[in-house]
Write a protein that binds this ligand. Sequence first.
Ligand code: XMP
Length: 604
Amino acid sequence: MNQIVVLNAGGQYCHLIARRIRELGVHAVVADVSKPAAELSGARGIIISGGPASVTEATSPSVDRAIYDLGVPVLGICYGHQLLARDLARGQALVSAGTTKEYGKATLEAGDCELFQKISPAPGSSSRVFTVWMSHGDTVVDVPPGFKAVGETEDCKIAAMEDRGRKFYGLQFHPEVVHTEHGTEIYRTFVFDVCGCRQDWDPRARVEQVIADIKRTAGDRKKVFFLISGGVDSTVAFSLCAKALGRDRVLGLYVDTGFMREGDAEAMQYLKTAVGEHAVKLADRSADFFGRLRGVTHPEDKRAVIGETFIAVQEDEFAKLGLREDEWLLGQGTIYPDTIESGGARHAAKIKTHHNRVAKIQALIDAGRVIEPLVDFYKDEVRVLGEELGLPHDVVWRHPFPGPGLAVRCLAAETRAAVEPAAIALPPGVEGWNVPVRTVGVQGDERSYSQLLAVSGVGDAEAAGAFARRVTNEHRAINRVAVVVFQRAGAPFGRLAIHPAMLTPERIALLRAADALVTRIVRARGLYDAIWQMPVAMLPLGSGPGRETIVLRPVNSRDGMTADFARLPAPVVTELATALGALDGVDAVLYDVTNKPPATIELE
Ligand code: XMP
């Protein structure tokens, strides 16, 4: 039986909810938001997820209102919280477009709510105050009949509400993201104490299940052809297929796109040793990728071109290797977030297209010609699988790297535009500049493509992060804030400009060198395993054409869905800034101090 059903209103974190509950040992499934109440009557609890729409619009996703009469506990999260307020309001308008949008961390002053009962009050106090993660524009302004408000933050007076009699609960924040303190405790209380679920789900059984699925999909004869990158996803997916089907029914091709990191090709050695020399091939196709990306500047266009090129190359190599379509499936290391952020769920907004979800691949998936063993898993679960398979630590814990590689991290521009003083009020001692580039973000479950603000004089990393949070909450046009940590003598940051620049082998070589330098320093300082991922990006921003700015983007995350920028010790920032500043062609170095949301992990 599905004990908990999560109704998907299109939120980026919807599946995270189901996962958190599975981690508690309780089977949870995700279903479409409009699933008829009659089909939900067997559930012990219903959760309505967040979503990008506004409940104030008539066409926004809705639940079958009969679910409120089932006698089953209902927990609304974010959009779900607002939906409860709308559906149970008896005619009043209880949800309005908030004047201050809230993204990222906030402090909840929790009241007497059944869901918070297991959370200990602060020492020496009877009140419970804890950090929660917000991502919303609309706000519940009053509670429906039967409810009482049981939690508030500075910008949101009704951040939690409950109707204990009917067992209905609404939370504006996201307990499922790791940045919300006590989030697991809140779900534990809902699932066990409110809904009365029992433990019936054991994640350790997953390897065997996945292997059984692969065997079923491939049948007795089909073989699997993979593009592999040396990253953890494709390595685990390939290893699983090799284990399920045997080493002679898998073939991995490492394609050098020209956008790989230093050391990526060497990472193939593990699979050659584990599966066999014959099962791993290499092809240098960088000329194809650079050729097709000529003149392409917009991040989504780059992703589309890269996705198409991957397919063209894969078809070409497939033919060159003399493989037959009726004998081979295409294997992909797609993981769950890749499908959500590409707009895979019905109501989810498209944040960006992952390279393994472009139209042609989708057609192959629809035709049953693709095998994706990791499609239900998040990054941290993939690592659990990798460890269970006995893969080496360095393979399992390598920082994630996106399929399109350095191409997305190397920004291009068509026209010249100068840096300008920031158009917003800044605290005394802080200098700020509008950098004339836009980068991708995710705000309130929707994609943004907005302004980058560079600052100096904001204090240490903690203070810089707090500043970034405030600015991005108050100014929707800004989705990313970065601190200037190096500017070349004679080239003050305020006088730099974006210059026309495309993706060229020379620019990528500089970015690759910068990335390798950063990795070496971070490893030498013992920080590599403490940071989840550290993209290094490059902007064509400098004192003249051909001059560049390097951006450091260290983050901590558990699954890539949300992230905290990583606080680097000040001496390490100085060491990185000095080393990068010494590279030929670099005029400035920035340290991105934005969380996700509102920015994405990649800077593109
Ligand atoms: P964002 O930038 O969306 O990244 O916050 C979340 C995580 O996903 C990785 N990423 C990708 N991985 N193919 C991949 O295999 C892709 O196209 C892709 N784009 C982003 C990113 O590096 C981060 O870990």
